[in-house]
Design a protein around this ligand. Structure first.
Ligand code: C2E
Ligand code: MG
Ligand code: MG
Ligand code: MG
Length: 290
């Protein structure tokens, strides 16, 4: 076919590929516009402790076009990474998150909460990342110990020494690091020891079948045990059922995030810290979680 198109013409793409490329270009143009037109918003998903008390939240990006369905970050973050749009988007997210932390710090009921922000690989490797974060923290006037940066294993794939040095510089500002989607990437367990991490998040892929799948159960138990001995706290992601929560509780998990406790919501819909109904340290004490 390509040959028949003429001696000097080479068709690299079939019509399907052409359509995919055009769809991508359309999405990219729309995303560029979204940044300028204020169509991005942060949602907040609660993180709770063993007693079901709100201890923090993860900031999750949403793209809300005025005339369409919300676009999932799963769809546009990879594109934003490829095109470099993740850089302005990432700083916008950080600024919003710091502004929110600042508001919480003025509210005695919210003062103790932490806020976790996802940082993509490309953003993390920006030469001016440390100075940008330092500036944002300074301008917002937050207590940086309440801020956590979530990195995925893809950030640490190469240039490990450089990543460690950068993490140390950022930690000097007071903030903490969480390793997101743990177990789904390529990194070896030795990273857990080498990186200056504070927290590990067990990916929902392992939590999903934890009650039925012996392999997943074994992996989760091992991650919990290992993290404890390394002094890292662990967040279980994607907790949807009481059975999953109970398994995790039994094996020493301290922090939980998932639809069982709350979906990502706009800030006004995030509920205040819950007061435990009993002080019984051994059992789950929140009626709303039953
Ligand atoms: P992530 O950081 O691992 O975030 C957790 C994802 O799991 C979120 O998807 C959340 O809505 C979803 N989730 C939480 N609990 C449950 C549950 O119980 N069941 C199920 N089925 N899902 C649950 P979301 O919001 O669609 O975000 C997807 C990914 O997009 C995030 O995964 C993160 O990698 C990326 N992302 C989101 N916001 C940002 C951002 O501001 N910057 C960057 N760089 N990436 C972001
Ligand atoms: Mg995350
Ligand atoms: Mg995750
Ligand atoms: Mg994920």
């Amino acid at each position: 076919q390509a040959k028949n198109a003429g001696r000097n013409t080479v068709r690299f793409f079939n019509p399907d590929m052409q359509a995919a490329i055009e769809a991508r270009a359309t999405l990219e143009a729309a995303l560029r516009c979204a940044i300028e037109c204020d169509e991005l918003q942060l949602y907040y998903q609660p993180q709770v402790d063993r007693y079901g008390r709100l201890v923090g939240a993860e900031a999750l990006l949403r793209w809300l076009p005025p005339d369409g369905e919300p676009v999932s970050p799963v769809r546009f973050i990879p594109l934003a990474e490829e095109t470099g749009l993740i850089i302005p988007i990432g700083y916008w997210v950080l600024e919003q998150a710091c502004a929110q932390l600042r508001l919480w710090q003025e509210d005695p009921r919210m003062r103790g909460l932490t806020l976790s922000v996802n940082v993509s690989a490309r953003q993390f490797h920006q030469p001016d990342l440390v100075s940008q974060v330092r500036e944002t923290v300074a301008i917002s006037g937050i207590d940086a110990t309440r801020l956590k940066l979530e990195l995925t294993e893809s950030v640490v794939l190469d240039r490990v020494e450089q990543v460690i040095a950068r993490m140390r510089n950022l930690k000097m500002l007071g903030l903490g690091f969480s390793l997101d989607d743990f177990g789904t990437g390529y990194s070896s367990l030795s990273y857990l020891k080498r990186l200056p991490l504070d927290q590990v998040k067990i990916d929902q892929a392992f939590v999903r079948d934890i009650v039925r799948d012996h392999n997943d159960a074994a992996i989760v138990r091992a991650v919990l045990a290992m993290s404890q001995s390394l002094g890292l706290n662990v967040v279980a992601e994607g907790v949807e059922t009481v059975e999953q929560r109970d398994f995790l509780l039994q094996h020493g998990c301290e922090l939980f995030q998932g639809y069982l406790f709350g979906k990502p919501v706009p800030i006004d819909a995030l509920s205040l810290p819950q007061v435990p109904l009993t002080t019984d340290g051994g059992s789950w004490a929140i009626a709303s979680c039953q």
